[in-house]
Design a protein around this ligand. Structure first.
Ligand SMILES: *[C@@H]1O[C@H](CO)[C@@H](O)[C@H](O)[C@H]1NC(C)=O
Ligand SMILES: *[C@@H]1O[C@H](CO)[C@@H](O)[C@H](O)[C@H]1NC(C)=O
Ligand SMILES: *[C@@H]1O[C@H](CO)[C@@H](O)[C@H](O)[C@H]1NC(C)=O
Ligand SMILES: *[C@@H]1O[C@H](CO)[C@@H](O)[C@H](O)[C@H]1NC(C)=O
Ligand SMILES: *[C@@H]1O[C@H](CO)[C@@H](O)[C@H](O)[C@H]1NC(C)=O
Ligand SMILES: [Cu+2]
Length: 259
């Protein structure tokens, strides 16, 4: 009930967005890159020269691991522009009013080759560069990064990540994913993608064990995806395995940190 009252108060504060949430903008240093806003007409945004984010039409989640929108949301239409960023720099994703507290968050990259506009995001090989799940305590009462990420004071929710310093430069899709598991056995995926033009002199490329396709990589019956966090079997657990391959830290392989 307290939660409901809080949500109602928030709904009054934020007339446009009352539930869920989405990645609206990006920053690199002091530069602000505008992404898609579901509050504004599609025609004012889609294909505009400044657009760097792949279009996502609504703040509603994706419920199934086999949904083609799992890669870059729906419809996932490619933008004409790229965010320029140097390998080793941070990019911050800017959300409004993230409301869900449970589940992992992850950031992925995929090398587009000659062009991200022409790439089919369902065919790209994504690799994870960042993840955070249950930070401390148990599944229901513990602290998740997703819960810490929420600002309840009306300020944007900021999610900074660092582009691996050693990565081979080129055109990449960056994919942010929030998996929310607050509803029993009904996972909610919130993926959003943008286009990056990464510069630098690195040569590192992840090996095959780091690569993932969306859909394809996640399984419906993965105990971290189909999960009832309130059940007696789960609620007191203090472990949570984040789905997908391990994070690639930019090293060419685990035995060689400088090559
Ligand atoms: C995706 O998975 C859901 C749940 O298992 C199933 O109902 C649906 O038919 C599947 N869709 C496709 C396109 O395979
Ligand atoms: C980049 O992000 C990391 C991790 O969040 C943070 O520790 C570091 O201070 C950031 N660097 C800059 C220049 O903002
Ligand atoms: C994203 O940027 C647009 C345009 O500058 C702005 O209207 C909107 O409030 C921003 N949204 C967030 C969540 O920062
Ligand atoms: C990517 O950045 C490089 C270096 O600034 C530039 O030469 C190239 O034209 C950019 N490519 C795109 C597609 O923006
Ligand atoms: C927690 O660990 C148990 C025992 O190893 C395992 O069965 C369970 O799947 C794990 N739970 C999650 C959500 O990773
Ligand atoms: Cu929601």
């Amino acid at each position: 009930m307290a939660r409901l009252l809080l949500l109602t108060a928030l709904a009054l504060l934020v007339s446009s967005v009352v539930a869920h949430g989405g990645l609206a903008n990006y920053t690199v240093g002091d530069t602000w890159y505008r992404g898609f806003s579901p509050d504004d007409p599609l025609g004012d945004q889609e294909g505009k020269p400044w657009m760097i984010q792949r279009i996502w039409a609504s703040i509603d989640p994706i419920f199934f691991v086999n949904d083609t929108g799992l890669a870059c949301n729906t419809p996932g239409t490619a933008p004409p522009s790229y965010i320029p960023i140097a390998a080793g720099d941070n990019i911050t994703a800017v959300y409004w009013y993230w409301l869900h507290p449970y589940g992992p968050m992850s950031v992925w990259l995929a090398d587009c080759g000659a062009s991200c506009e022409d790439a089919n995001v369902n065919d790209l090989n994504f690799f994870k560069i960042w993840e955070a799940g249950l930070l401390e305590g148990n599944i229901v009462e513990g602290i998740w990064y997703q819960k810490k990420f929420q600002n309840w004071d009306g300020s944007p929710d900021l999610w900074p990540v660092t582009i691996p310093a050693t990565i081979k430069p080129g055109l990449y899709v960056i994919r942010h994913e929030i998996l929310s598991i607050h509803i029993e056995d009904k996972p909610q995926f919130y993926p959003e993608c943008a286009h990056l033009n990464i510069t630098g002199s690195g040569t590192a490329v992840p090996s095959p064990e780091y690569l993932a396709k969306f859909p394809g990589t996640y399984k419906e019956d993965d105990p971290s995806i189909k999960i009832d966090i309130y059940s007696d079997a789960v609620k007191a657990q203090t472990n949570y395995t984040i789905p997908g391959p391990p994070v690639w830290n930019g090293f060419v392989n685990k035995y060689c940190q400088d090559c």
